[in-house]
Design a protein around this ligand. Structure first.
Ligand code: ADP
Length: 496
């Protein structure tokens, strides 16, 4: 089966689940326009989270593989960076179209590799195409500005590519997170070395092949698979890397930033979150419950901007919770390829982390309204879980769980709601539900977050800047801001 083989994602999934057909996947790194075997000859397994078993092997990259990839990127930098931006844009637009042409296969691989449902995988793949289209358009309008300096001088700025960029990709949205940073980097004229997460290596390899097939010169996009502590660490400390975009946990972000420091490489860090969904007393109950359901249970809660805390005013606490619980009970849990609403958790390790957090809440005597224990295997499943009425210092309020676990905080007025919304060290995202737009906007002004939505938790898209404050990181992706990290400004001044 090739990556372009016919069949809908559903047909491919059925064939796989019936053991009729295993996917044919790239099993080396993608370096300098070719699939290359790891120099060490080592491979590692990728797991089907829904069945808890390995389904394919991929290259276990090390510092030698990273060095080869970074050198290829460095050698390709001049050619790609000096190409007319409109020519780069044409290629990136073709990439977007090719992703959509191959979306059935990409969706299937994404769902199999990550554990998520086919519907969620489709959202991930389609947004990858949107990133390439969006940043292709932006490449066409890359311009500097003129600098007024009086009658004896004339000056202007030129926006130049930053150089070789590293992209350390997480496992929760492997396809769209790859595109989110790789598309603007390419649009800006940078070259790329990406390291996908060790539990979701395949779509990055497939995308690199697509990008190459659409006309990006060899060496411009490279993908090295393998462990974070090996390939990831080698990439983040490589002396030729000029910018690193990292999405992942806070402790790993600290390691990446420390590794980058001696090379004075710049960073975009998109780290964790503990984002509040604030339900004010005049909220629409149905819209709020529906928003809360998807804010925390989409992608089995494995989203850094998930609405993992429900800050709810006492007067609407009862109806919002009742409506939410009804919705939660209707969610079908199962293998992501089998038509479930809620797929498996990405790995056994992640399942045990979630279990550990909830077990701690149980030991502290907290009330668990639904879920609360990992489901029997095969596969790594955690049911939607709601922990009620937690105090501000509870670990389930302060720590990111990264699973389908909602922590509820009950408050009495807007002042308390704002204090609760801002009660953690994170500052990534927040949702507010209220029928009174002035009241909601006052709350939005006070909330410490990179993005705030009102009456639609996931409102936004590729054009809306995204990123955090505090322990959620720094720098912005998406939107016009998403290009900034990949460009460096040069000012030129001439004496007349
Ligand atoms: P998790 O603990 O859930 O796997 P991480 O933040 O550790 O989340 O992983 C996010 C990405 O960072 C993955 O691609 C992973 O391989 C990579 N990674 C992990 N450790 C390191 C490290 N020391 N240096 C660079 N990248 C790393």
């Amino acid at each position: 089966m090739s990556s372009t083989s016919a069949g809908t994602a559903r047909e491919l999934a059925d064939a796989y689940l019936q053991q009729a057909q295993l996917p044919d996947l790239p099993s080396g790194h993608f370096i300098d326009g070719q699939i290359r075997a790891p120099q060490s000859g080592s491979y590692m397994p990728s797991w089907d989270a829904g069945l808890g078993r390995a389904f394919a092997d991929f290259g276990s990259g090390d510092a030698d593989d990273i060095d080869r990839a970074v050198l290829a990127a460095s050698n390709a930098q001049c050619r790609w960076g000096s190409m007319a931006p409109s020519a780069r844009a044409d290629i990136l637009q073709r990439v977007a179209a090719r992703i959509l042409e191959q979306q059935e296969y990409l969706c299937f691989v994404e769902a199999l590799d990550s554990g998520k449902s086919l519907a969620e995988a489709r959202g991930d793949v389609q947004s990858a195409a949107r990133y390439f289209n969006y940043y292709a358009a932006m490449a066409r309008t890359l311009e500097g500005r003129s600098l007024p300096l009086g009658e004896n001088h004339i000056g202007w700025t030129v926006r130049e590519p930053a150089g070789v960029t590293a992209h350390i990709i997480p496992w929760n949205f492997p396809t769209s997170t790859f595109a989110r940073s790789v598309a603007p980097a390419l649009a800006a004229g940078c070259t790329v070395v990406a390291k996908p997460a060790e539990t979701t290596p395949f779509t990055a390899l497939l995308l690199a092949q697509i990008i190459f097939d659409c006309g990006v010169p060899p060496g411009v996009v490279n993908v090295v698979t393998g462990l974070g502590i090996e390939a990831g660490a080698a990439l983040s400390s490589h002396r030729l890397v000029r910018h690193i975009t990292f999405t992942g946990s806070v402790p790993t972000g600290v390691k990446v930033a420390s590794a980058a420091a001696p090379n004075i490489a710049s960073l975009t860090l998109e780290l964790g979150g503990k984002s509040p969904l604030v339900a004010l007393s005049d909220c629409d109950i149905e819209a709020t419950a529906e928003g809360a359901r998807w804010a925390i249970f989409a992608n089995a809660g494995q989203i850094c901007s998930a609405g993992s805390r429900l800050v709810v005013q006492r007067s609407v606490y009862q109806p919002v919770l009742e409506r939410l619980l009804t919705k939660v009970h209707s969610l079908r849990i199962g293998h992501g390829l089998g038509g479930a609403d809620l797929g498996a958790v990405n790995s056994e390790l992640q399942l045990s982390r979630i279990d550990h957090h909830v077990a701690g809440a149980r030991e502290r005597g907290r009330q668990i309204l639904c879920g609360g224990e990992a489901l029997e295997g095969p596969g790594w499943f955690y049911p939607p879980t709601i922990i009620d009425n937690l105090p501000v210092d509870d670990a389930c309020i302060q720590q990111e769980i990264f699973g389908p676990v909602l922590s509820v905080q009950v408050v009495d007025n807007d002042e308390e709601a704002l204090a609760a919304a801002n009660c953690t060290e994170f500052g990534l995202y927040a949702g507010i539900y209220s029928r009174d737009i002035s009241r909601a906007l006052r709350m939005a002004q006070g909330i410490r977050a990179g993005q705030v939505t009102i009456n639609d938790y996931w409102a936004g898209g590729v054009s809306v800047p995204f990123g955090g404050n505090g322990r959620s990181g720094y720098g912005r992706e998406r939107g016009q801001e998403g290009m900034e990290a990949y460009m460096s400004s040069k000012a030129v001044v001439v004496r007349l």
